[in-house]
Write a protein that binds this ligand. Structure first.
Ligand SMILES: NC(=O)c1ccc[n+]([C@@H]2O[C@H](COP(=O)([O-])OP(=O)(O)OC[C@H]3O[C@@H](n4cnc5c(N)ncnc54)[C@H](O)[C@@H]3O)[C@@H](O)[C@H]2O)c1
Length: 429
């Protein structure tokens, strides 16, 4: 059966990841309706998918109003619009691939989960790490009990200095009032992985965090609003927009620079269009933006069986990657999704245990897009649509909503100086 899909939001995720994947896999599905308020994006994807004008809409609301003949809708619009569009889509009988976060308030997340259950709809949340070979291999090792019971887990999300400046200082996720707290917007992925691996109920959570660096206190004197308007520290500032965008754009071969993050500045980026964009939001001085999200945050989680986990998120790293350390009663696991290497040491009585090393690059094809998670999630979602086996999909909202509840509780704790917040069973019901 040919699966027909509608896409709401034709940005970096909806267009460049999911749209392009479907275009490259016509045997799995086809896109028959699209929505985006940006006319340039509409033209780009109307042409790519060869659609009539009647299949192209300027918002998720207008697309859903038209009731297109599709089995599933992909919602990849900004965080704030997920709630209304997801509810409408579920109640109209569509299955959903829903970008994370589910929504920007706890009540809205639970409302969408309840609507999915009530209407018997599949809602798959784009927690893509669950599908990535490195994370799956770790899960297999844990399930085989190779390291015994998990006592403690540490995860570090290194957002990357330039990525943080791009998305969380200058970009769409900079302000919790217009998007969501960063512990939800960025690290719902990490909280989901922690919950998936630990596999037991959460007792309580506490969190500290701060916005240490990206505020006016650190602006040089006489800093202009935009880097290219005569910044006195332009040559030495690592966050200089011209270095981040222009230098990297020029450094990439042509076929690799028409993608995120450059397409966020211009749909069809060129040197001259990017130069112009440096006078817009992405060219702003990082110390003079209207950002308020944390640039570092720590989350401690106590589980009901007496084990614990800790998450660190940080803007301050040279690369964008995650590190995982899991300590068990019979062994330990260390992994890094930059090197794609998992090291397992099982305690065997010797003073220094010889590790077993899994090099995921040698074990898997294509690891592009979240370590291969993007493509594998799409395959799983699209093939799952034509199967009655609901279990084929592993990041369904019923499984992943707890990560969001945990994120809201962590944020509540952070806003109350790290107070311990208890998770009740009804929090996830
Ligand atoms: N799963 C992940 O790892 C991951 C990674 C990045 C972003 N995201 C999430 O994906 C979503 C999209 O992020 P992005 O990076 O593609 O952002 P983006 O800004 O590149 O794209 C969003 C698109 O939605 C469009 N849009 C705005 N309002 C709309 C509406 N009412 N109806 C239809 N379209 C609308 C915008 O014009 C834009 O083209 C966000 O919720 C974001 O948090 C998830």
């Amino acid at each position: 059966m040919m699966i027909n899909i509608a896409i709401i939001g034709l940005g970096a995720r909806g267009g460049e990841v999911y749209g392009d994947y479907i275009k490259q896999h016509p045997e799995l599905a086809r896109v028959v309706a699209i929505a985006d308020p940006n006319p340039e994006k509409r033209v780009k994807y109307q042409t790519l998918f060869d659609l009539d004008d009647s299949c192209v809409f300027d918002s998720g609301a207008s697309l859903l109003q038209a009731k297109p003949e599709v089995q599933a809708v992909i919602i990849a619009s900004p965080d704030q619009s997920h709630h209304v569009d997801a509810l409408k889509a579920i109640e109209s009988g569509y299955d959903l691939l829903l970008e994370k976060p589910i929504a920007t308030t706890l009540e809205a997340c639970l409302e969408i989960r309840d609507a999915a259950v009530r209407n018997h709809r599949r809602v798959v949340l784009c927690h893509v790490l669950r599908y990535a070979p490195l994370y799956r291999k770790i899960k297999d090792i844990l399930d085989e009990k190779i390291i015994g019971d998990i006592v403690l887990m540490h995860q570090i999300e290194h957002i990357g200095y330039w990525h943080f400046a791009h998305s969380f200082v200058r970009g769409n996720w900079r302000n919790s009032q217009t998007s969501a707290p960063i512990v939800l917007a960025k690290t719902s992925h990490d909280l989901d992985i922690i919950l998936w691996y630990m596999g037991v109920d959460v007792d309580s959570v506490s969190s500290f965090g701060g916005l240490y660096h990206f505020h006016p206190k650190h602006a040089p004197s006489n800093a202009p609003s935009h880097c290219i308007k005569g910044c006195p520290i332009k040559n030495t500032c690592p966050y200089d927009a011209e270095k981040i965008y222009m230098n990297n754009f020029k450094a990439y071969p042509l076929e690799h620079n028409k993608v995120w993050p450059f397409t966020v500045l211009d749909v069809n980026p060129t040197e001259s269009s990017l130069n112009k964009a440096l006078l817009g939001p992405y060219g702003r001085c990082v110390y003079l933006c209207d950002n308020d999200v944390m640039d570092h945050q720590l989350v401690n989680i106590a589980f009901k069986n007496g084990s614990h986990a800790h998450l660190t998120l940080s803007a301050f790293s040279g690369s964008t990657h995650r590190q995982i350390k899991i300590m068990g009663t019979k062994g330990e696991i260390n992994a890094d999704d930059l090197t794609q290497v998992i090291t397992v040491k099982t305690y065997d009585g010797r003073f220094d245990v010889t590790p077993v090393i899994y090099d995921i690059r040698k074990m898997s094809e294509s690891l592009k897009g979240h370590g291969g998670g993007d493509e594998r999630m799409m395959y799983d979602f699209l093939t799952g649509l034509s199967s009655s086996e609901k279990t084929s999909i592993s990041s369904s909202i019923e499984h992943t909503v707890t990560s969001h509840v945990l994120a809201f509780k962590a944020e509540e704790s952070r806003c109350h100086q790290g107070t311990r917040i208890t998770m009740n069973e009804e929090d996830t019901r």
